[in-house]
Every structure is written in structure tokens, then in C-alpha cells.
Design a protein around this ligand. Sequence first.
Ligand code: URP
Ligand code: ZN
Ligand code: ZN
Length: 474
Amino acid sequence: MRILIKGGTIVNADAMTHGDVLVENEQVVLIGTELDVPADKVIDASGKWVIPGGIDPHTHMELPFGGTFAKDTFETGTRAAAVGGTTTIIDFAVQPKGGTFHEGLAQWHEKADGKACIDYGFHCIVSDMRDELLPEMDQLVEEGVTTFKLFTAYPGVFLSDDARIFKALKQTAKNGGMVLMHAENGPVIDVVAAELVAEGVTDPIGHGLARYPAFEGEATNRVIRLAQAAEAPVYFVHMSAKDALAEVRQARDEGWPIYAETCPQYLFLTLDDLRNGFEGAKFVCSPPMRTPDHAVELWKGLQMNDLQLVGTDHCPFDFKGQKELGRGDFRKIPNGVPGVEERIDLLHDGGVVSGKISPMRFVEITSTAAARLFGLPKKGAIAGGMDADIVVYDPTKKHTLSAKTHHMAVDYSCYEGREVVGKPEVVLSRGTVIVEGDQWLGRAGHGKFLRREPRGFSPITRSKVEKREPALVR
Ligand code: URP
Ligand code: ZN
Ligand code: ZN
């Protein structure tokens, strides 16, 4: 099967050129201008961008949380991702408490294999960092699961103490893996949350009020120090607070291999979204939305490469029946928001159209940086020999985000009614057209498990100087 994508603007993280892309079977085989080659299908991309399929390195399909499960299955969640221009996800396989990492992975393979519509990899959530499991981390790295999420939050569920975090960091320093951190001071948050409930604050806003930005800053600082002592890199997931970003910025300025992502909800939503009585439950996630001054800093972080990318932390719970578990006590609201389908368009609209980032940086933070950081050498760029995960993107198309039209299996959208500019028109996953206009052409089971490379396959720049682009903010 040969597909010729003609006359588009090919946007990679490092260059933007006008031309044609020839796809043969699963790969890009030729890029040129006015290519005159036979093809089974020709896609007219004139006036459109041709961009690498998005990589969302932070999703939670079917995550058990607070006595319920995130609503999207691998089938529904990856279909929604694809419609939104994302062709690879990395989901989090949870180690059962008292069990091994491989037990968690086996459960996640059961959920995903034969069901995912796009390619997927796994990180491992470490819920129980026992010493005897340290060698198992080495095995996982060899098996292509190279990243381990630990938590300074959620006491009694996922929290690891400093000694366990330090041991995990030291292990990854040796085995080429990387620790991902959920950095918030969970035990202290629980004290404040209990005080709020005792004072009668039981609505969702209590969730946001209890989780001070300083508690994220403190935990981020602590883990950076532990990583420096362990001589290990570390990646902070879902960064929301300027306090935490300041710690990352300082460490990176000193040359340490410290990385961080933020998420659309921290760029486009605020603490006020938690305020509307129990409606605010729709926006409960951890860390919480912040006041707008934090988002201003996060955008600067993206411009200056102190934040390397934007993942979604997609973790959808229905408002009816699931978020409602926390009526009367915000501590019982399942934590998480949907977003895997909306990430690319939100960042195009709020980033590129608003003049905050260039088209190339848009591609970098939605795709290329994740491929490099998480060991996916065939993904994240449009170039000969790469997987043909391609989005023909219409940068002028206006549409409205809404639960009435989205594909995520959840009964609300955090961005209900928001008009955005930019929409995927055609989506290819490894050379197969899976989305064309409003038509879904993909299938469950098309997606393959990705064994990821350990850190080092593509040296990650420590210096941010060469990555800085002039701030485009007017
Ligand atoms: O609220 C969130 N973020 N839910 C998903 C689990 C996590 O901590 O990433
Ligand atoms: Zn987390
Ligand atoms: Zn998460």
C-alpha cells in the first residue's frame, strides 16, 4: 500500500518545509517536492500541515481509583486519542500492592492487547517499592518498560517514602530507566483537607484549597535533591504550580537532567473551575487547577524548554455516578479529568494561534519530545524510515469542544463550548488511514505494544540554551 500526501506544509520540531510525503506500508519512504510516483491513494494536503502523530505519554485507561475505574477502555480511549490527532499513548500499569511489577504489566496487557486502536507503551506505577523488587526494575527496562512512576502523594495508596524513592532513583541511574514523579506533599495535604472538612468545607473547591502550590514546590525540591544525590535523571509529571517549575528551572540552569511535563488543564483551566458547587467535581484532579498566574509561568516554561512537553493525564470519570461518589466530602471524589482527544487542538489554538509558541515547538511539545525522552526512535518526526504516524492538520478549521460530539467515554467535557481553531483532517497510524474527515476507519487491535529504548538512545540535551526560541508573546 502506497499513500502519497501531496502539497502540505511538513512541520517537524526542527524544520518546516513545503512538500510531499510518500508512505509505503507502515513507514515514510520519501519526502520531496512535486513527487511524481504511483500511489494507491493520494491525499491532498494543500493549505494543511503534515505533522507527526501526537504522542501522549500520560494516560490512565481503566485506572482503578477511589473505588471506581477510569471510564475509557483502551479501545474507546485510543479511538478518541486518534480522532484528536494522537497516534501513540504511554499508559500507566499499576503494580498491585504486595505484588510484582510484572503482575501489574500482565493486567495492563490484558486491558490493551488486541483492543488499542493506536500504538501504546507502558510506564510502571510503583505502589509498593520493596527492596526485593529492585532487580525487577532492571528486567522491565530490558523489556521496554523503562519508566517508573513514584508518588510523594496519596498516603496509604501510592505514596513512597524518601528512602524508597531514593532507592528507585539509584536503580534507574544504573539501569538506564527513569523515575517519573508525582510530586505533592500528600501527608501534609491530608492534614489541611481534614481541617477544611472539619470547618464544613466539603465541596470540590476544598480539593483545590487543600493542595497548596507550596506543597508541590516542596516535594519537587525534595525529589530533585534526591535525584542529584542518586545521580539519576527525574521527570515530573503533571506540573501545575509555578513553585514547582521554579525548582525545575533552577536545577536545569545548573545542568541537571531534570525534566517536566504540564497538562492542558493547568494551561487552560483555573482554580475557579472548582468553585461552582458540586459541578466543580468535574475538574477535580491532582495536582489541582491553580490561579491564572501559574499558567502564565507554565507557558513561559514551555517557551524556554524548562517544561519539555504537554501530556494529558487523561483519567476520565463520569460526573454522574463516579464523581458523585464525593458528594458531601471532596476527599472521596475520584481524581482525574478527561482530555486525550482535546490536547492537540487546545495547544494549537491556545499556543500557536495565540502567538505563544511556533508551529515547530507545537510539534515538539505534542510529539517529538516525548519520543526522545521515552525511547521511541521510530516516532515523533516525519522523516524517511520513521513510522508513518501522520496527521494532516487543518490549522484554520474552527470547531467547538463538547461532550455531545467527543469520542471519549465520559459524560462531560472540561472545555464544554470552547471554540478552537485547528483540527485533524486525516490521521494515519503506521501507514493506515484511521481517521478521514468525520469518518472513523480504524479498528480495535490495530495498535501494537511498543518496547521502548532505555535512556541514552538519543542523548537528551541538558542545555536548554539551544532549545530556547524567542518568546513569541506580543
Ligand atoms: O488526578 C489525577 N491526576 N489522577 C490520575 C492519577 C495521577 O496521579 O496521575
Ligand atoms: Zn499523578
Ligand atoms: Zn496521571
